[in-house]
Ligand binder design. Structure first.
Ligand code: SF4
Length: 347
């Protein structure tokens, strides 16, 4: 199916625009509900499957619209049950999604861009720079495709936008995808089970956090001083720690809601107990939860993973100061599916 055949892509529409489009074809607006149920509820790949629509309507849809679909080009399975999906987009670019098994459900880590402009030094995706933003359909289709491959009883309930790309630099498309991912007529994920992770793009972050009843936010922090953070994450020069954390302090969070701070511990760079103490001072007054991740080594990276004992000590300092500090077990590192490893090739 050509990208330039003039037909519109239905999954790139908001639900409102889908309705407007269906009405423009001379159909009643409730038909949009039926079409949305086929697209998102049942994961239909063709108009032929939409058997409760008349033949004439299906023909009109076929002539003017198309249903995108992402078929995994490769699936790599890790020893720990993590799966990395590699999708080839219509223009030949590749993206990856990672399916993480939890105790009683699955979490899917989604990509939001091809490449990334932010160039964090510990990240493989950032190495090749930004290539392009994903369309709403390309974000949604990662979920639909992976979900279609699960067997009965396997529940995909949680989503994290933490794969390739900075979601807040593709803000409009990500917002539109989030609408579909959450909507009763869309994919029906709960707000509380979707996390958007950002390197700290302040204006869009404030916009996202100000929306009531919205998704959860994770900030990739990784350092406790500007000097250290600017070296690891060049975006810190534009949005330094003081501004980032003062924005976090100002935003009224819903009851019991916390902001998650991700902190990748790198041997000899940001993993000392002084770093941990600085971090506690930095986060003072913010309803925060800290996720610690030991750096995942990958070929060509100058950084090393800290010893388990160092990670434990870092965590203890945070806990002693009253912070919730979780140690995120890195999953899928043997297939380069762990944090910061996407965009490369599995070993
Ligand atoms: S860590 Fe995230 S924001 Fe930083 S370069 Fe990688 S993908 Fe981009």
């Amino acid at each position: 199916m050509s990208e330039t055949d003039g037909r519109v892509s239905l999954k790139d529409f908001s639900l409102k625009d889908l309705e407007t489009f269906i009405v423009s074809l001379g159909e009643k607006s409730f038909r949009a509900i039926q079409v949305a149920r086929w697209l998102y509820g049942k994961g239909a790949r063709s108009f032929e499957e939409m058997t409760n629509l008349s033949r004439g309507f299906r023909r009109k849809l076929e002539e003017s619209a198309r249903i995108t679909w992402l078929e995994p080009a490769e699936i790599h399975s890790s020893e720990d049950g993590t799966k990395k999906y590699r999708f080839i987009l219509p223009d030949g670019e590749a993206i990856e999604s990672v399916l993480l098994p939890e105790r009683d459900h699955f979490t899917l880590c989604l990509s939001s861009q091809v490449g990334c402009a932010l160039g964090c030094r510990f990240c493989l995706t950032g190495k090749g720079g930004w290539i392009r933003d994903l369309k709403p359909s390309e974000i949604i289709d990662q979920v639909i495709s992976v979900r279609a491959g699960l067997s009965a009883g396997q529940k995909l309930t949680n989503l994290v936008l933490m794969g390739m790309g900075e979601p807040l630099q593709n803000f409009e498309n990500v917002l539109q995808a989030l609408e579909i991912l959450r909507a009763p007529l869309g994919l029906q994920f709960s707000n509380r089970r979707i996390t958007v992770s950002t390197a700290g793009i302040i204006p869009e972050m404030v916009d996202l956090l100000s929306r009531r009843n919205f998704v959860k936010l994770a900030i990739s922090l990784n350092a406790a001083t500007d000097e250290q953070r600017s070296k690891l994450m060049p975006v810190n020069k534009k949005y330094p720690l003081k501004d980032l954390l003062s924005a976090c302090r100002k935003i009224p969070l819903p009851n019991r809601e916390r902001i998650t701070f991700e902190y990748v511990l790198i041997h000899g760079v940001n993993d000392s107990q002084e770093d941990a103490l600085r971090l506690t001072r930095l986060l003072k007054g913010i309803r925060a939860k800290v996720n610690l991740i030991a750096f995942n080594e990958h070929p060509g990276s100058p950084f090393r993973r800290p010893a388990d004992e160092t990670v434990q000590k870092f965590r203890e300092v945070l806990r002693a100061k009253g912070f919730t500090a979780m140690l995120r077990q890195s999953k899928g590192s043997d297939i380069l599916a762990a944090c910061g490893q996407l965009g490369g090739h599995a070993k």
